[in-house]
Every structure is written in C-alpha cells, then in structure tokens.
Design a protein around this ligand. Structure first.
Ligand code: NAD
Length: 265
C-alpha cells in the first residue's frame, strides 16, 4: 500500500456504513492518514468496534449509531461526532444495501427501502455535513459511494442502478452549490469488491440465473474486466484518500470509476 501518512492530518471525516466492508477499511486508512474518523453505522456494535480498532492503533475515532434513512438519527449522529471530534471536513456517504430481483418480482417495499438508504441517506447526511462545511466557509469534501452501476445497468438490479445513477445528480448539484463556499463533491464508482454485500449476491444470482456461483463470479461479475480481478477495499480507500486530500476545486463534481476496466468513460 502507498504511504498515506499525514495526508489528512488535522481533518475530521464522518463515514457512513463504516462497520463493514468498503467503509470500514476506508475508516482505517483515513485514520492512518491522520484523520479523526466518526464511524457511523446502523450496526452500533460494529461501528464501535471499528472506532476501537482505530483508537488502539493510536488514531482518533468515535463510533456513531446512525440509520441514514432517519433525519433524527442522522442529525443526532452528526451532533455526537462534532462534539467528540470537531467540525466535519469530509463526509463519505457509503452506507448501502443490495436487493436483486427482476422488476416484475421486485417488491415495492424493497424498492423504497433501497432508495431510502442510498438516496435519502446521501441527502440527509449531506445536509447535516454542510452545517459544518458552510460554517465560516470552512469548506469540505463530500464523497458518495456510487458504483459502476452509476453508469451501467445490470439485470435484476433496478432499484440499485436507479439509486446509483441518482447519486451522480446530487453530487453535481452539490459541486455547483458548494463550489463558491469551498465544498467539493465526487462519486466513487467501484466495480465488484469482495465484501459481505457481494458475498450475499453470489448465491442469490446463481439461483436467479440458474448458473453456478463460480459462473456468477466469472461470467457475470468479472466478465467485462480487463483481467478478471475484483477491485479491493484498499483500491477504493486509496482513491477516496486522493479525492479527499486534493487541494483545489479543479477536481470537483466528478465520478471516478475504479473497476479493472469493466467500465471505461
Ligand atoms: P457491506 O454490506 O460490507 O457494508 C455496508 C454497511 O452499511 C454495513 O455496515 C451496514 O450495516 C451499513 N448500512 C446498511 N444500511 C444502513 C443504514 N440504513 N444506515 C446506516 N448504515 C447502514 O457493503 P459494502 O460492499 O462495503 O458496500 C458499501 C457501499 O459500497 C455501498 O453503498 C455499496 O452499494 C457500494 N458498492 C459496493 C460494491 C461492492 O462490490 N462491494 C461495488 C460498488 C459499490
């Protein structure tokens, strides 16, 4: 891994969905780069465990219980984070779930649940983070966890593809509104990363498509990569670190795809 020491020294980040997978590793990498991290997740025990790991390694962190679909919990979580660590300079809106089903079988309740986590969550956390970032025009960076599915469609993922495309719109509006006040925004768009979210999909897709789990990995998930490789949690964390540490608004409003060439644009 590249040397990331001090790139975020003196900064404070709040990362949602940071009890697991991409968000958890990003919290650890940001902390190593000198950032104080509010580890937010609806899984409070997991959030506290990640924060404890950071503190044990000499970093600064606090676990924050937060269901990102609840305005009340989001605002209370930000208040707790700011009280413990100071104003938020970096928001990573990362919490997410996946539900796979063809449209004709997709329950409306599942559609609403997925959109609420990905889109309401992104909106509510952005609004809460801007209280810190707009105060005295201190500025900041908001990173949304998009996906290759912010640009491409896949069968069975109507709600997810819709939500991930939607994040591009929010990020671009924020880049325009926040630009004059020092706030930048980006969408990170990973290809498949082996996390609990993906591990759950493999047997589900195998069943739905009537193929083996190995075929799901090789012929569905990694089919269009240049080298048949998964993107890793470290790949995503290093990209987030780069975007968070970039010093000017020369780079804002972008979606950056990190997918072993699955999606090129
Ligand atoms: P994960 O399942 O390992 O972690 C997701 C975390 O989000 C969990 O800790 C979960 O408790 C939390 N969460 C779920 N609903 C929540 C809510 N309402 N409020 C607060 N926290 C909530 O998944 P992951 O693979 O690390 O995914 C993280 C993000 O990356 C998601 O937005 C996902 O769509 C995106 N993504 C993942 C991949 C991949 O291949 N794994 C690829 C592209 C994008």
């Amino acid at each position: 891994m590249q040397n990331t020491s001090h790139q975020l020294q003196g900064k404070t980040a709040l990362i949602t969905g940071a009890a697991s997978g991409i968000g958890k590793n990003m919290a650890l990498v940001f902390a190593k780069a000198g950032c104080a991290v509010a580890v937010a997740d609806m899984n409070q025990a997991g959030a506290d465990a990640t924060a404890k790991e950071i503190v044990a390694a000499g970093g600064k962190a606090v676990g924050v219980a937060m269901d990102v679909t609840s305005e009340e919990q989001v605002n209370a979580g930000f208040d707790k984070a700011v009280a413990a660590l100071g104003p938020i300079d970096i928001l990573v809106s990362n919490a997410g779930i996946q539900i796979v089903n063809p449209i004709e079988n997709f329950a409306f309740s599942d559609w609403k649940k997925l959109l609420a986590i990905h889109l309401d969550g992104a909106f509510l956390t952005t609004k809460a983070a801007l209280k810190s970032m707009y105060k005295d025009d201190r500025g900041g960076v908001v990173i949304y966890m998009g996906s290759v599915h912010s640009h491409e469609a896949s069968k069975l993922k109507s709600a997810y593809v819709t939500a991930k495309h939607g994040l591009l719109g929010l990020a671009r509006v924020l880049a325009k509104e926040g630009g004059p006040r020092g706030v930048r925004s980006h969408v990170i768009c990973p290809g498949f990363v082996r996390t609990p979210l993906v591990d759950k999909q493999i047997p589900e897709q195998a069943k739905e498509l009537n193929i083996t789990e190995e075929q799901v990995i090789k012929n569905v998930m990694l089919k269009d990569t240049v080298d048949g490789e998964f993107t890793t949690v470290d790949d995503v964390a290093q990209l987030a670190l780069f975007l968070a540490a970039f010093p000017t608004a020369a780079l804002t409003g972008q979606s950056v795809i990190i997918s072993h060439g699955w999606c090129m644009q």
